[in-house]
Design a protein around this ligand. Structure first.
Ligand SMILES: Nc1ncnc2c1ncn2[C@@H]1O[C@H](COP(=O)(O)OP(=O)(O)OP(=O)(O)O)[C@@H](O)[C@H]1O
Ligand SMILES: [Mg+2]
Length: 205
């Protein structure tokens, strides 16, 4: 194994279990004497976009910074876990292109289950019930459609700030992930164990 560290990108719908699995991985790796830095998108966003607008340009800046940070760390022997939804393939693909030892983990979870988890979790960095609010907005827009009046006339235009991944914006599934974790079938500890095993098979650890 060369001196470079590695970077794992844990991707999946909001509420699929990425942060929980990332923390579990860190715990299990620590027991093996392997240190890892978790790069959580929510933390980056707080600094890079204190008043987030969630536009495509802003998302590009936030993701590109995340990738650059992961690249620099891995290049200097620091292993990283990128904990970020990245609903578009282009960001994860960029990570793959830029980072030498790159590993993509897709946390697959049905939208309905993600919604329940997202509504019930306790997390200081994110607000809850984003899915619920997005569904309420969708319902309102559908009612407007039924009345056959344009959204513009009603002043009902969806801003990027209101676009929820999984509801208003599609989540682009990874086409060829290194590992897929079905998080309704395995708990976070087993998921972390599976990922670590795959990384061992690839000689990342
Ligand atoms: N098998 C599982 N793996 C991971 N998390 C699970 C699992 N089963 C239930 N959960 C729960 O799902 C909830 C949501 O998980 P988490 O916050 O890690 O999702 P996330 O993908 O990081 O979401 P976001 O993109 O919004 O940050 C947590 O309360 C977690 O305990
Ligand atoms: Mg999270």
């Amino acid at each position: 194994m060369e001196q470079d560290g590695w970077a794992i990108w844990i991707t999946g719908l909001p509420g699929s279990g990425k942060s929980t699995i990332a923390k579990e991985m860190k715990k299990l790796l620590r027991k093996k004497g392997i240190d890892v830095q978790i790069l959580r998108l929510d933390e980056f966003r707080r600094t890079l976009a204190p008043k987030p607008r969630y536009t495509e340009e802003e998302r590009d800046v936030v993701y590109n910074t995340l990738i650059l940070m992961a690249k620099f760390l891995a290049k200097n022997g620091v292993n990283v876990i990128i904990d970020a939804t990245a609903h578009r393939n282009k960001w994860r693909n960029k990570g793959k292109e830029e980072i030498k030892n790159f590993f993509e983990v897709y946390v697959e979870c049905p939208l309905k289950e993600c919604m329940e988890r997202e509504a019930n979790r306790k997390d200081d960095l994110v607000v809850s019930n984003l899915y619920k609010k997005a569904l309420q907005r969708l319902e309102r827009r559908e009612k407007i459609d039924e009345k056959e009046i344009s959204h513009k006339e009603c002043g009902e235009k969806l801003s990027p700030l209101e676009q929820m991944v999984g509801i208003d914006v599609p989540y682009e599934k990874p086409s060829n992930p290194d590992v897929t974790i079905k998080s309704v079938e395995v708990d976070a500890n087993s998921a972390a164990t599976i990922i670590i095993k795959k990384m061992k098979d690839r000689k990342y650890i």
